[in-house]
Design a protein around this ligand. Structure first.
Ligand code: ADP
Ligand code: ZN
Length: 722
């Protein structure tokens, strides 16, 4: 028997299937999709069996498969095909496309090995011929009730009796796998759906084959409740479901809601799990022990059979696109491929859908569903815009008088406040007032951010850190000043304005420790804090009934990012964060501070007018030839030798120009941060509607440079940002 094996080594040069012989001893266990160990050069590598070629009489000297790593199939037929699809559409290596689907524990690892955990149980041999004493009989009696009894339970009676019974073949040990994750039983009574919700559910259930739905529902309109109803229907039909949520809204709050309704039918995949826990969840899913998978982007690859529905919540979130490593796939595309394979609906939900999705719904490619009102009948919160240009003239700091007054009055009523500032750290850069020297990262072209808590200057790109100087290294004057503002500084100011109130700061710096995020959310919900201050982490999916004011310290941080989606992202972020206010009985209010009060993204947030924003933004996208009117492919060319990659980037551009006739080619231009970690980066942007030559020419270029270690070329189709 000969098998085709793809080895786990992500190198463009060896990304192909190699043939190996299989010994007679292993033959019976070989299946497509299992992991094997094979010799490769002088090393032993792990790989996936992708083909079985049957017996071959050729005498070519093939090496032999060394061993089978685990007998279960890790890549079934659907996933195997999906991997080939991802490779074709992203131009990544095939091995990276399979690795991205699997939990870390199943990838070739050079470090720690994640073991399965087992518990020991015992079963009884009914034909035993041993004369038992009283204590031993007590143990044996337990088996009248149960077939298997845990070692722990039997030890409570007597260790020596247990040992004797085992030694004399009365009891036989059985190893059962022990999962590190646990779920409690379901407890919820389900909610009676509103007429609007019912309409949406009925529409989906009436179109049970493959269809993509776009559920446009304002914040608090009961989308999650709709998802659960559809999932329940799928469950009742013996089918499974996938729910994708952005990582940061995969909060314990969200998981708890699903668990309350579906108990241990769910498996939750999120970054707070250890590698072992992730592996356990993955196997529970693969074995059909969990039928509802809820997780972030990569959960779209959950090894479920018989999928009945795939839901993508907050579909506008950029977290569904894997932008920073290969394969640069979009979970929405994968969801649709799987939806087609299983012939089931795919539902995209959001209060602020991406322009791409809404345009497809307008064209009838997706079916549009809408929930225009909040479930509790409450109006969306009143949004006030504060022009910070006026405030600065009056000498106010980072807080306008309006915002201070509003915070005070809410806190007086014992209500809670959420404040958003999308920049972490204390101040964004440190400079010398005497000579203008600024502290920059030695590895990257970016200024260092001051972090007061640790009293360090840190690079947000490469992680470089250094101590803070009092004197300027350039002119030796003691005139160092900090400019710009981050969450740490705002926290400090809040504490001085409201000395007797409790402020909770939530950003990557305070939530990176395992479990902190969950703890903070719980503490805020229990009203142990009055003000929750944070980066966009606070904008997503949180449901606190006592929050009646949301303040945005500076709406311009996201508006000023040089990206064609910056208006869309700002509108979406502001609408989402506004949706955190007044979610229950008390009505809510939102204050947005900005230096661009006339910007349409801010204006349409004030009027809660998604359609208005959509129409306006579509005109601009059309004019500037951006998605959804054009597709984009972003080519990143990077390397240490700036001259070399500059020259090669120009060559690549010329080659593209020669071969593409229906494509707009922009660049090469240095990325906005040209050097990161001492690697220089150039970008070329391709805009096209239909270009048959695109993939062939890109493949040729990638192939040409694949053995050149001085240059790296990455293609990113429809990037979420540049
Ligand atoms: P969304 O996902 O659209 O933001 P949710 O599903 O979280 O909305 O619903 C908002 C709130 O309304 C939640 O607290 C939820 O429990 C409640 N809710 C949703 N649907 C109903 C319903 N039919 N009856 C009563 N309460 C509901
Ligand atoms: Zn750096």
């Amino acid at each position: 028997m000969i098998v085709g094996v793809l080895v786990q080594l992500s190198n463009k040069n060896i990304d192909k299937i190699f043939d190996y012989k299989v010994s007679d001893e292993l033959k019976s266990k070989i299946k497509v999709g299992i992991r094997v160990e094979v010799p490769f050069g002088y090393q032993k590598l792990e790989g996936f069996v992708l083909e079985i070629k049957g017996d071959s009489s050729t005498d070519i000297e093939l090496k032999e498969v060394i061993s089978i790593i685990d007998s279960d199939i890790v890549l079934n037929d659907e996933l195997l095909e999906l991997g080939r699809n991802i490779k074709d559409s992203t131009l990544a290596t095939l091995i990276s496309c399979y690795q991205v689907m699997l939990p870390k524990a199943l990838k070739a690892h050079h470090g720690t090995v994640v073991n399965k955990k087992f518990d020991t149980y015992y079963k009884i041999n009914l034909n035993y011929e041993y004369k038992v004493n009283n204590t031993q009989q007590k143990i044996i009696d337990l088996f009248k009730e149960k077939e298997l009894i845990s070692r722990k339970e039997l030890l409570d009676i007597s260790l020596s009796s247990l040992n004797t019974l085992v030694k004399n073949n009365v009891l036989e040990p059985v190893k059962l796998e022990h999962y590190r994750t646990t779920y409690s039983d379901k407890i919820t009574v389900k909610k009676e759906l509103t007429t609007d919700q019912k309409k949406v559910v009925d529409e989906v259930l009436a179109n049970s084959g493959f269809n993509t739905f776009l559920l446009h529902g304002v914040t608090g309109s009961g989308k999650t409740e709709v998802y659960m109803e559809i999932i329940e229907d799928s469950l009742n039909n013996g089918k499974t479901s996938i729910v994708l949520v952005p990582e940061i809204s995969l909060t314990p709050q969200m998981v708890e809601r699903f668990q309350n309704r579906f108990g241990d039918k769910i498996a939750a995949l999120h970054s707070a799990l250890s590698d072992g826990e992730k592996y356990d969840e993955w196997r529970r899913i693969a074995r059909g022990e969990a039928s509802i998978v809820i997780g972030a982007r990569s959960a779209v690859f959950a090894p479920l059979n018989n999928i009945g529905v795939i839901i993508i919540d907050e579909e506008h979130s950029d977290s569904y696109k894997q932008d920073d490593s290969s394969p640069r796939y979009n979970a929405k595309d994968i969801a649709m491929l799987r939806g087609k394979y299983h012939n089931c609906p795919v539902i995209l939900g959001s209060a602020t859908p991406t322009l791409e999705s809404f345009a497809r719904a307008e064209k009838g490619v997706y079916k549009l569903l809408s929930l225009p009102k909040r479930v509790n009948g409450k109006k969306l919160p009143l949004v006030r815009i504060v022009d910070m240009n006026d405030e600065i003239r009056k000498g106010t700091g980072h807080f306008s008088r309006n915002l201070i007054t509003a915070i005070s009055s809410k806190l007086e009523k014992n209500e809670q406040v959420i404040l958003l500032l999308n920049r972490r750290g204390y101040s964004s850069f440190i400079t010398c007032k005497n000579c203008g020297y600024t502290f920059k990262c030695p590895n990257c072209d970016i200024s260092l951010t001051y972090h007061k808590t640790s009293n360090t200057l840190r690079c947000h790109y490469c992680g470089y850190g250094t101590k803070v100087y009092n004197t300027c290294p350039s002119c030796n004057e003691k005139s160092i000043a900090d400019l710009g503002v981050g969450t740490e500084k705002i926290e400090e100011e809040l504490k001085s304005i409201f000395p007797d109130k409790k402020v909770l700061r939530m950003d990557i710096d305070t939530t990176s420790r395992k479990g902190m995020h969950a703890k903070m959310i719980k503490a805020f919900k229990n009203h142990e804090y009055d003000i929750l201050l944070g980066t966009q982490i606070v904008a997503k999916g949180l449901d606190f009934e006592n929050v009646t004011l949301v303040g945005v310290i500076n709406a311009d941080t996201s508006l000023n990012i040089p990206d064609f989606r910056s208006s869309e992202n700002t509108f979406s972020l502001l609408s989402q964060v506004a949706g955190r206010s007044g979610r229950s009985e008390k009505s809510g209010e939102v204050i947005v501070q900005t230096f661009n009060p006339d910007h349409y993204a801010i204006g349409f947030t004030k009027s809660h007018d998604y359609i208005g924003f959509y129409n306006r933004e579509m005109q601009i996208r059309k004019m500037l030839k951006y998605p959804p009117f054009y597709f984009i492919c972003y080519i990143k060319i990077s390397g240490k030798d700036v001259n070399y990659i500059g020259k090669e980037a120009a060559k690549i551009k010329r080659s593209l120009e020669r071969n593409l006739s229906n494509t707009i080619i922009l660049g090469p231009t240095p990325l906005s941060v040209f050097r990161v970690n001492n690697i220089y980066r150039y970008g070329i942007i391709l805009k096209y509607k239909k270009e048959d030559m695109l993939y062939p020419i890109l493949e040729k270029i990638l192939d040409h440079y694949k053995s050149d270690s001085k240059i790296r070329i990455d293609t990113n189709f429809n990037p979420s940002h540049f």
